[in-house]
Design a protein around this ligand. Structure first.
Ligand code: PLP
Length: 419
């Protein structure tokens, strides 16, 4: 995969600068992925938002902002963070599972965009006197995702307003005097163009009911392949099918809908890696396994423990010849059997072996596909390991530290001794 952007000399420079484990992001890959999204086929215009939950570190947000991409925030905290990174209120769209009056009121006043995800959120939005761009996030009845945990549509999902609530929503919106400008749905993560088409068709049926709607947001979920054998989304093909649906809607209704998408994974997943060192190598005898323990794990990359997700792992060979290989299980540094970096695909608690260059204690190892939902979604500070630093590699292969390693004092700063 061309996403393996860290060779031995670069790895050594990074490790010398800030130790291991460390997140490493490749700016050129983020920008290349952004360009693919920005040129997605569309009927009446397209806007790309970044689902910042994928990786919310300030400098990453700034790289994204420089590409003309706006923000999808999933909490009022994320919206505040985007403001601090320099996004304007009108460039932030909020779709949240939890919305509080005290969190929402100041943001509503500033004029961010909001997608209500439930009937009670519609009431709250009216209560805080919101008069910015108002949308409705729907669960159109179907979902998509490699695992049940990444599927966020259909009857087993709590995300968005269930499509059968349409009459109740219409009545509520009209009673509260709100103007719906956007219909939104995000059903999960998938590469199948037919699922994108179906999601678009179902969501457009809802848009047809609200004559004031001008924007059609299909969320994120453009799956990428992290390991060989996984299928990534053909963005051009998905875009073409969505465009055709919007054109059909136009010929039936005369309305020209602006398309919005808000991917996270597609921008960041293969743009980031975790650089670590082998902390130990042990084995459990002939009937067992060779276990390679890294100085990272669920404290930096939780996805394998959570979803059984697959990440390429490369041991940098150092002085050895690449022919010295070993089949082994790779685990993290936490006292937790679930801290497993090579689970069976989709089965988070089943060991599987990988063939790697024979690792020695101290060897550098890179876990790829770790740009999205890793730094932002780790079980940080478990076993009191500090939050890892992050660096950004630019096109000259210069290394910029974009987050420092957390100190023990920072980890403890909000604790108080017993009185
Ligand atoms: C509303 C919404 N939009 C966009 C995304 C981004 O999804 P992905 O990272 O798969 O592109 C998510 C992810 O959960 C989401 O909930």
């Amino acid at each position: 995969m061309d996403s393996q952007f860290i060779d031995q000399p670069l790895a050594e420079r990074i490790a010398k600068l800030c130790g291991t484990p460390v997140y490493v992001y490749d700016r050129a890959t983020i920008e290349r992925q952004a360009d693919i999204l920005l040129s997605m086929p569309n009927a009446f215009g397209i806007s790309v938002g970044y689902a910042m939950k994928a990786c919310s570190t300030r400098a990453i947000l700034e790289v994204i902002r420089n590409k003309g991409i706006t923000i999808d925030a999933s909490s009022t905290w994320e919206a505040e963070r985007a403001l601090r990174a320099g996004f304007k209120p009108g460039e932030i769209s909020l779709s949240a599972q939890e919305l509080t009056e005290e969190g929402l009121r100041p943001l509503a006043k500033l004029g961010i965009k909001i997608n209500a995800c439930s009937l009670s959120q519609i009431e709250l939005i009216a209560k805080v006197g919101f008069n910015g761009e108002f949308g409705l996030r729907w669960n159109p009845g179907i979902g998509s995702g490699g695992t049940k945990k990444t599927n966020v549509g259909g009857p087993a999902s709590s995300f968005g307003i269930w499509h059968e609530k349409l009459p109740a929503v219409q009545a509520l919106v009209s009673r509260l005097g709100l103007k719906v400008q956007r219909i939104h749905s995000h059903i999960g993560s998938g590469a199948d163009v037919r699922v994108w088409e179906k999601a678009a068709e179902l969501t457009l049926r809802i848009a047809a009911v609200f004559p004031t709607v001008t924007h059609f947001n299909l969320g994120g979920g453009f799956k990428v392949a992290r390991v060989p054998g996984e299928k990534g989304t053909d963005v051009h093909a998905a875009g073409t099918s969505i465009r055709d649906s919007i054109l059909r809607f136009h010929s039936e209704t005369g309305r020209r809908l602006h398309l919005e998408i808000e991917p996270g994974t597609f921008l960041l997943a293969n743009s980031g890696a975790v650089l670590s060192r082998v902390a130990d190598v042990v084995d459990t005898g002939k009937e067992g396994h060779v276990f390679v323990k890294l100085d990272t794990g669920m404290t930096d990359i939780l996805r394998p423990s959570l979803y059984g997700s697959q990440h390429p792992i490369v041991v940098l060979s150092g002085s050895q010849t690449a022919s010295e290989q070993v089949s082994c299980v790779v685990v993290g540094h936490c006292c937790e059997s679930g801290d497993l970096l090579t689970p069976a695909p989709g089965i988070n608690d089943e060991l599987s072996e990988r063939t790697l260059v024979r690792p020695e204690i101290g060897s550098l190892a890179v876990i790829y596909g770790a740009g999205a939902y890793c730094s932002a979604m780790s079980s940080k500070n478990y076993n009191s390991f500090p939050e890892s630093p992050e660096v950004l590699i630019d096109s000259n292969r210069d290394i910029q530290t974009i987050r420092s390693r957390q100190t023990l004092d920072q980890m403890l700063q909000n604790e108080h001794p017993l009185v």
